[in-house]
Design a protein around this ligand. Structure first.
Ligand code: NAG
Length: 999
C-alpha cells in the first residue's frame, strides 16, 4: 500500500477527522481503541518519516536570486550590480527586528481604514485602556477617526470642531474597553455550523507542516464571527488544529467583514511574504511584521507516535532549519565582504523550511499547545537547544505547577493561555485548576484567557476572564488577560488590545463592569466601524434592549469575590489534585451571620423564608440557622438559645438555599472524558451492533445506574459549587458522541453528587429516572443513521410492537403511557415537529398523555407555541446556544443580537424549561448559567424563576421524585447569595444524609 493510498481510503480521513475534532473539543472518541485508527497511525508514521527525510518539494527560488541568474552571471564578472544590491538588501532584511517602526503611534490613518467611515466621539466613559498592566483607567472621552484612536481622555474642542460628520455617543459613565483579543481560536477553519466541506482544522499529512497557513482555509462565512463580535471580541488568532507538532502558520484577524469580503483583508497585519498583490514591496522593503505559528505536543500527536516521537520530529525539523540559517548567514557574510567570486550557489533557501528559519531568527510569535509538566519541560529544552522563544503556551494545564520551568525558556517565560474551569476532559488536562491564573500571575507570568473556539464559544471569552477573576486573578489582570496581554504575546499591542492615541479603533461599550457575570456589549466598533448593534441589512437599526435592570451602581463596580487562599494552597500542596470531599459534621451546627434563607415549599417552589432586616444606619442585624443531624431546627433572629453546644460556621452575610441540579453531561459516568478506562465504557447501539444475545433485548436498553461512579472530581467540584443533585444518562448528542452516540440511550439515574458510593444513605435518589433517546443528523463523514430511520424505529417502539417482556418493549410502553418521561436529545425544529406529530398519534392510539421532553433543543424557540400546546418540556443545553452543527443552526442568540432568548420565548408560551450542560466539567458553573439566563432576559425571568430552571422544573421534567421540602439538600454560601459573585459555597446541609458537609 503506498503512503498516498492510506489517505484516500474511506475510513481513514473520516476517522482521523472526527478523532481530531473531539480531542480538540475535548470530548473523546476513544480514538486509540479503534483498530481503524491504529491502521492510520501506522500508515501515517510512514508518511511522517518521508516528510522529514525526503526532499520532494523542489527548492524555492524567487525572482531576485535564481539559479539561472547566477549561471548567466558566472562568466567572469560575478553578479550584476542590480543583483548584488538585491542580495545585499535581502541579507540586511534577515537581521531586521520585528515590530512596528518607532513612528507608528504618530500615524494619522489606519491602513485598514475604509473610506466613507465617519468619526465617532464616545463621551463620558470609564475607559480601561489595557496599559500599565491593566491598571490605567481614564474617565473621559474617546475619539475614533480614520480607523484609529485620535483622542483619549479630554478631547479638545478644536479637534471636535475640525472633525466633519462626527457621530456622538454618550456613554453615561459606562465601561469601555479595547475590543477583546482571543489568542486561541479556530474561527473560519472549524466553522459553524460544522460541515465536512469547510473542515480545514489540521492536516493529517505529517507532524511537521510549517508551510501550511490557516489563512488558506479561512472560511469567510463562519457564523461565529458575528457571534464573537456580539461578545465584544474584535480580533482573534486563527490557529490550525493541534494534531501536528508544527501545525502551520497562524494569523491574527479582525472579525468584521471587510469591504472586499476576502480572507486576506481580515488579517490585521499581513506578513511580508503573503504576496497579496503583484505590486507589493519586495521583502526587504516591506514593513516588518511578526509572523505567527502553531505548535503542539502531547496526546493529540498520537497519530504520529508517542511523546518521544513528537520531540524528535521537532528536533529534526529545527535541525534542518538551522542548516539553512547557517548557510544563509555564511552566504551573506561573503556577499557583505564583497567575496562575490566565491558565491557559486543561489541564495540558500527552501520554501518548506523558511518559516522555521524565521523562527530561529526570532521573527515568529509561536503559540504552543502543551498541557503537562513533561511536555512543557520538553518544549523549554527545545527552545534552549535551538535558541528560539515560544510566545505562549496554550491550555497548559500544569503550567501553574511548574513556574520555574517556564522561567527557563529561552528568552524568558512565555505567556500562558488558559481556560478558566474547562479541565479534566483528558488525561493531560486532569490537573488543570481554576486557581492557575492567579498562581501564575503571582509568579509574574503573563496570563491570557482564551476560548479555543468553538470548544468554548468565543462570544463568551469575557466569561472566562470573569471566572478567572472570581477565583482570584486581580481585576486589572483579568481584563488585561483578554485584551492587552494576548495582544502583547502576539506582538500586536501597538494596534489592538490597548487604547491609546494611534491604536486601532476597536472598542467595546459594556452594559456593566465587564467582569460582572452576564456583561454584554452595548456597542462594538472595529476600525471605527460600528459592528454591534448589527446594522439591519434592509436599512435602519434593529433596536435590541440590553442590560435592563443593571442601573444600580453595583453593576458598574468591579465585583467583589471570595477569598480562595486556602483552596489555592491546598491545590498546590496536592500537585493539582487536592481532596475534595467535605468534612462530615453530625450533630448540631449553627450558621451565624445569615442574611437570607431560601426554602422549598410543599409544591416545590423555591421561596425566600428569611431575609435579615435592612440595616438601619450602622451594623446590620443578621440571623442564624441551627441544624441538627442535617435538619434545620431554627431559622431567623431568635435562635440564640438553640445555638449552644454546636459547631459554628460564620457565613459573613451569606445565605442558605436549596442545592442545584445538573443534567445533560456524563457526570458520574466518567472521570476523564477521553480515557475510556476511567468511565462506563462502550454500550451496544442497536442500530450499529448486534446487541449480544445474552442481553435478550432487541434495543439493548441499559441503566446508567449500573455504570455510576461516585467521587469523580467533576461531581465533587459541582458539589462544592452548590450542585447537590445530578441526573445522568448514557445519552450523548450525535454531534458530540459521533459513533458513540446511541439512538436508544437507556435509563437515567439521579444521585447526590457529594456521596461516596451507591450504598451510602441518600446517595441514590432514583435508580431509574427517565428513558432517553438521541435523534439527529450525523455530521462530517460519520455515516450515521438517517433521521427517517431513527423516527421509524421510535414510532415502532412507541406503538408497542416490541414484547413488553423485554426491557425495550417494557420501557417504551411505559414512555408511551406517560409513566416514565421520554427525554429526546434533539436540536432541529423539523425533527421536533415530527416528534410532536408522533406524540399526538401515540396518545391517540393509547389514550395516554406522554411526558415528552426535548433536550438540547437549540431550535425549540421556532416551535415554542406548538411545544407549549403539546405539553412538551424543554431542557436547553447548553444554556447559551451556539450553532455547532446544521441541526442547531437557527439559534436565537439573545442580546445584543436579538431581544429574545430561547428561554424567554419558550417560557412566554407556557413551556416548562430546564437548563442543562454538555460536559461534566460544566456542572460546577450551574449557578453562573442561571445568572446569565436571568440577566439576558432583561428582567423577564426573575431570580426565583431562574432558580427553578435548575431545581424544581428540571426535576419535574426528568421525573425526579423524592426531593421535597423535607429531604432536599441546602447549600450554605459565605459572603452573599447564590446570585452574587462575592459568595462561595462553604457547606451542604443534607437532611437525607443526616449531616452537614463542610468545605
Ligand atoms: C456620514 O455622515 C454623513 C453626514 O451626517 C451622512 O450623510 C453619511 O451617511 C454618514 N456615513 C456613514 C457611512 O454613516
Amino acid at each position: 500500500m503506498s503512503s498516498k493510498d492510506t489517505f484516500t481510503t474511506g475510513v481513514g480521513p473520516t476517522r482521523s477527522r472526527s478523532a481530531e475534532l473531539t480531542s480538540s473539543i475535548g470530548i473523546g472518541f476513544r480514538q486509540l481503541s479503534s483498530p481503524s485508527t491504529l491502521v492510520i497511525s501506522l500508515s501515517v508514521a510512514i508518511v511522517t518519516s518521508l516528510a522529514i527525510i525526503s526532499t520532494w518539494i523542489p527548492a524555492y527560488t524567487d525572482l531576485f536570486v535564481s539559479v539561472r541568474s547566477f549561471s548567466g552571471a558566472s562568466s567572469g564578472r560575478g553578479p550584476s550590480a542590480e543583483l548584488k544590491a538585491s542580495i545585499l538588501s535581502r541579507c540586511a532584511a534577515l537581521k531586521a527586528v520585528p515590530g512596528p517602526p518607532s513612528s507608528f503611534s504618530a500615524r494619522d490613518e489606519s491602513d485598514r481604514f475604509e473610506t466613507g467611515t465617519n468619526a465617532t466621539l464616545i463621551r463620558n466613559a470609564k475607559i480601561f485602556t489595557g496599559r500599565e498592566n491593566g491598571t490605567e483607567i481614564i474617565h473621559g472621552d474617546i475619539l475614533l477617526d480614520k480607523g484609529i484612536v485620535k483622542g483619549l481622555g479630554k478631547v479638545s474642542g478644536r479637534v471636535i470642531d475640525n472633525t466633519p460628520n462626527l457621530t456622538i455617543v454618550n456613554a453615561n459613565g459606562a465601561w469601555l474597553t479595547p475590543g477583546l483579543v482571543d489568542l486561541h481560536t479556530h474561527l473560519g477553519v472549524l466553522s459553524a455550523p460544522i460541515l465536512a466541506g469547510a473542515y480545514d482544522l489540521s492536516s493529517n499529512r505529517g507532524p511537521i507542516l510549517p508551510y501550511l497557513r490557516s489563512l488558506d482555509g479561512l472560511n469567510t462565512h463562519d457564523e461565529s464571527y458575528e457571534l464573537a463580535m456580539a461578545g465584544g471580541v474584535t480580533s482573534a488568532q486563527v490557529l490550525p488544529g493541534s494534531s501536528n507538532a508544527v501545525g502551520g502558520q497562524a494569523f491574527i484577524v479582525k472579525l468584521r467583514k471587510p469591504k472586499d469580503r476576502s480572507a486576506s483583508s481580515m488579517i490585521l497585519e499581513p506578513p511580508y511574504n503573503l504576496k497579496l498583490s503583484v505590486n507589493e514591496p519586495s521583502p526587504e522593503h516591506a514593513p516588518f511584521r511578526w509572523r505567527h505559528m502553531k505548535q503542539a505536543c502531547g496526546e493529540n500527536l498520537r497519530i504520529y507516535g508517542n511523546r518521544m516521537d513528537t520531540i524528535w520530529s521537532f528536533r529534526s525539523a529545527y535541525n534542518e532549519a538551522t542548516k539553512i540559517k547557517i548557510s544563509q548567514d555564511g552566504f551573506c557574510a561573503k556577499a557583505e565582504s564583497g567575496l562575490w567570486e566565491s558565491l557559486d550557489t543561489p541564495f540558500p533557501e527552501d520554501l518548506r523550511w523558511e518559516m522555521l528559519v524565521d523562527v530561529l531568527r526570532g521573527k515568529v510569535k509561536i503559540s504552543t499547545h502543551c498541557y503537562e509538566a513533561v511536555d512543557i519541560d520538553a518544549m523549554v529544552r527545545l527552545s534552549n537547544e535551538f535558541q528560539f522563544p515560544i510566545a505562549s503556551f496554550h491550555h497548559a494545564a500544569e503550567a501553574w505547577l511548574v513556574p520555574d520551568v517556564l522561567k527557563r525558556m529561552w528568552g524568558g517565560a512565555p505567556s500562558i493561555a488558559l481556560f478558566a474551569t474547562n479541565h479534566r476532559y483528558k488525561r493531560e488536562s486532569y490537573r488543570g485548576s481554576e486557581f492557575a491564573p492567579r498562581v501564575l500571575a503571582d509568579e509574574g507570568i503573563p496570563v491570557i484567557m482564551k476560548s479555543d473556539h468553538p470548544v468554548i464559544n468565543s462570544r463568551y471569552l469575557i466569561y472566562e476572564a470573569q471566572q478567572a477573576h472570581y477565583f482570584g486573578l486581580p481585576a486589572s489582570l483579568a481584563l488585561a488577560s483578554v485584551t492587552s496581554t494576548p495582544a502583547a504575546a502576539a506582538g500586536v499591542s501597538h494596534r489592538i488590545g490597548v487604547l491609546a492615541e494611534g491604536t486601532d479603533a476597536d472598542v467595546v461599550l459594556w452594559d456593566s463592569h465587564p467582569l460582572q457575570i452576564g456583561a454584554t456589549p452595548v456597542k462594538v466598533w472595529i476600525d471605527g466601524i460600528l459592528q454591534i448593534p448589527v446594522p439591519s441589512k434592509s436599512g435602519g437599526e434593529t433596536i435590541v434592549e440590553i442590560g435592563k435592570g443593571k442601573d444600580g451602581d453595583r453593576w458598574r463596580q468591579i465585583p467583589e469575590t471570595p477569598n480562595w487562599d486556602k483552596e489555592k494552597n491546598e491545590s498546590l500542596r496536592w500537585d493539582g489534585l487536592p481532596p475534595l470531599e467535605g468534612r462530615k459534621v453530625q450533630g448540631k451546627v449553627s450558621f451565624i451571620n445569615v442574611k437570607e434563607v431560601w426554602r422549598r415549599t410543599w409544591n416545590g417552589d423555591i421561596e425566600r423564608a428569611f431575609l435579615a432586616e435592612p440595616s438601619n444606619g450602622r451594623r446590620q442585624r443578621l440571623g442564624a440557622v441551627v441544624v441538627e443531624d442535617g435538619k434545620m431546627t431554627c431559622v431567623g433572629m431568635h435562635c440564640d438559645d438553640l445555638k449552644a453546644d454546636s459547631k459554628t460556621i460564620d457565613l459573613r452575610g451569606g445565605s442558605i438555599s436549596p442545592g442545584l441540579m445538573t443534567y445533560g453531561s456524563p457526570l458520574g459516568l466518567e472521570e476523564i472524558a477521553d480515557e475510556s478506562s476511567t468511565g462506563d465504557g462502550q454500550a451496544y447501539d442497536a442500530f450499529r451492533h448486534n446487541v449480544p444475545k445474552i442481553l435478550n433485548d432487541v434495543g439493548g436498553v441499559v441503566r446508567a445506574m449500573d455504570g455510576l461512579m461516585f467521587g469523580t472530581r467533576n461531581a465533587l467540584l459541582a458539589y462544592r459549587s452548590g450542585v447537590t443533585l445530578a441526573t445522568s444518562s448514557l445519552e450523548k448528542p450525535i454531534y458530540i458522541g459521533g459513533p458513540d452516540a446511541h439512538i436508544i440511550s437507556g435509563l437515567s439515574v439521579s444521585f447526590r453528587t457529594g456521596s461516596a458510593h451507591a450504598m451510602q444513605r441518600g446517595a441514590i435518589v432514583q435508580d431509574v429516572t427517565a428513558l432517553h433517546v438521541v435523534l439527529g443528523k450525523s455530521y462530517l463523514l460519520l455515516r450515521g443513521i438517517s433521521v427517517s430511520t431513527q423516527i421509524a424505529a421510535l414510532r415502532r417502539l412507541l406503538y408497542g410492537w416490541e414484547s413488553q417482556d423485554k426491557e425495550t418493549g417494557y420501557w417504551f410502553r411505559k414512555a408511551a403511557e406517560g409513566i416514565v418521561p421520554l427525554v429526546i436529545e434533539v436540536d432541529s425544529a423539523d425533527i421536533m415537529a415530527n416528534l410532536l406529530i408522533l406524540k399526538a398519534d401515540v396518545e391517540d392510539k393509547i389514550g395516554s398523555m406522554m411526558r415528552m421532553v426535548f433536550s438540547g433543543a437549540t431550535e425549540a424557540h421556532l416551535l415554542a407555541e406548538e411545544i407549549g400546546n403539546a405539553n412538551v418540556g424543554v431542557i436547553l443545553s447548553p444554556a447559551r446556544p451556539f450553532p455547532m452543527v446544521w441541526d442547531q443552526r437557527r439559534i436565537l442568540p439573545g442580546p445584543p443580537l436579538t431581544n429574545n432568548t430561547a428561554l424567554v420565548t419558550l417560557m412566554e408560551k407556557g413551556v416548562v424549561v430546564g437548563l442543562g450542560i454538555r460536559s461534566a466539567w460544566e456542572a460546577r458553573n450551574t449557578r453562573f448559567d442561571v445568572q446569565w439566563a436571568a440577566l439576558e432576559s432583561n428582567e423577564r425571568v426573575s431570580q426565583q424563576q431562574a432558580y427553578a430552571l435548575v431545581t424544581r422544573d428540571l426535576e419535574k421534567l426528568l421525573g425526579v421524585r423524592g426531593v421535597d421540602e423535607e429531604s432536599g439538600d441546602l447549600v450554605a454560601y459565605e459572603g452573599g447569595s447564590m446570585f452574587d459573585l462575592s459568595s462561595k459555597a462553604v457547606g451542604v446541609i443534607s437532611p437525607a444524609r443526616g449531616l452537614v458537609d463542610e468545605f
